[in-house]
Ligand binder design. Structure first.
Ligand SMILES: C=CC1=C(C)c2cc3[nH]c(cc4nc(cc5[nH]c(cc1n2)c(C)c5CCC(=O)O)C(CCC(=O)O)=C4C)c(C)c3C=C
Ligand SMILES: [Fe+2]
Ligand SMILES: [Fe+2]
Length: 323
């Protein structure tokens, strides 16, 4: 009897191909044209995006991308490749017949490329794993959209499973706890910083915030932290309307006045380090905190390709393969 072959699709946001303004603009155009991300009326948003935002922002963030770029490409790209390689080993060790592809929502490798490859290799089933522990209509839902779009080219819709979120997965919480335990000093305050979304999206039904809160609560409970030893904030706001609050940068401006002078920051919503963690949180926000009376500040890296993270992702997938 033929053994079943599972296709695994590791989905993430995507990143520019190079740190040049041209490549960044191409990537941002695709990303920010998605109505799931910016839902303003097209007639209002697209001229603003194309005429003002893309030329200015892509030049501005080119130097930030340049500062974090690696020989293997952008950190998000390089880390996702490592996750793929280690997950392949994870399944080989367990004698599972799997093919893993990376499919980015925006940019390369595209979701279409990933799906075409999996279908060409005649997989019996596809498991889609959006690498976002907390669901959001701005990240997880677009993975579903591009996945469905990519299948349109094929006659056969392969049976599939979509991992919606894993914000309270036991191995995910354990991996965060372990990573914090080895890095957080006794006298440090712990800041959880999650990527923000517009507040309006929450009012319209996006339940991202409660999932972020549940992740943070589960972690602090295991660490035994008191409520005055930690806080949850939201970073990376964009545009002028209110986003989820409290804002990370605003908190850092006033933290020292509240007696918080030694700080460690973790961003549990990012499964791989990227521009938003390595530049904004690790560098820019450190400068803000130290300029406003903070004494020490350090960033706790994303779970990336750590053995605990690979075991977490591997087991999440394995559960879907055996049922
Ligand atoms: C404009 C609206 C945006 C929403 C909504 C948003 C939500 C969101 N994003 C992530 C994860 C990542 N975002 C990254 C970069 C990034 N995000 C936005 C805008 C929105 N994000 C922009 C304009 C950019 C580009 C950089 C910048 O100009 O600041 C990245 C990093 C990609 C990389 O190449 O390293 C990630 C990852 C989440 C999780 C989220 C909502 C929950
Ligand atoms: Fe973002
Ligand atoms: Fe940002």
């Amino acid at each position: 009897m033929k053994s079943s072959k599972t296709g695994i699709l590791l989905a993430n946001l995507g990143t520019p191909d190079t740190p040049s303004p041209k490549a960044i603009s191409r990537y941002l155009k695709e990303f920010l044209s998605d109505p799931r991300v910016v839902d303003l009326p097209r007639w209002k948003w697209l001229p603003l995006l194309n005429g003002i935002i893309l030329p200015i922002r892509s030049r501005r963030i080119a130097k930030n991308y340049g500062a974090i770029w690696t020989e293997q490409g952008s950190p998000l790209f390089a880390i996702t490749q490592k996750q793929k390689a280690l997950l392949t080993e994870f399944f080989q060790q367990r004698q599972q017949n799997v093919i893993i592809e990376i499919g980015m929502t925006y940019g390369n490798p595209s979701m279409q490329y990933a799906i075409d490859n999996l279908i060409e290799q005649k997989v019996d089933k596809i498991i889609v794993l959006p690498l976002y522990p907390q669901y959001s209509s701005t990240t997880t839902a677009p993975v579903f959209d591009v996945f469905a779009q990519a299948l349109k080219r094929h006659r056969h819709i392969v049976p599939f499973e979509f991992i919606h979120s894993y914000h309270l997965d036991e191995n995910y919480i354990e991996a965060l706890v372990k990573s914090i335990k080895v890095r957080l000093k006794n006298d440090e305050f712990l800041l959880f910083s999650f990527h923000g979304i517009p507040k309006r999206y929450e009012q319209e039904g996006d339940f991202y915030r409660p999932q972020c809160e549940q992740t943070a609560q589960a972690v602090v409970q295991k660490l035994g932290l008191k409520k005055e030893q930690w806080r949850l904030c939201f970073q990376s706001r964009f545009g002028s309307e209110p986003w989820l609050q409290p804002y990370t940068d605003k908190f850092l401006e006033t933290a020292a006045q509240q007696g918080i002078t030694k700080l460690a920051v973790i961003c549990p919503g990012f499964s791989a380090d990227c521009l938003e963690t390595l530049e904004e949180i690790k560098e820019e926000n450190k400068r803000i905190f130290l300029a406003h009376g903070g004494e020490s500040y350090h960033y706790i890296p994303a779970l990336n390709d750590s053995p605990e993270h690979i075991a977490c992702l591997g087991n999440l997938l394995l559960k879907r393969m055996t049922i």
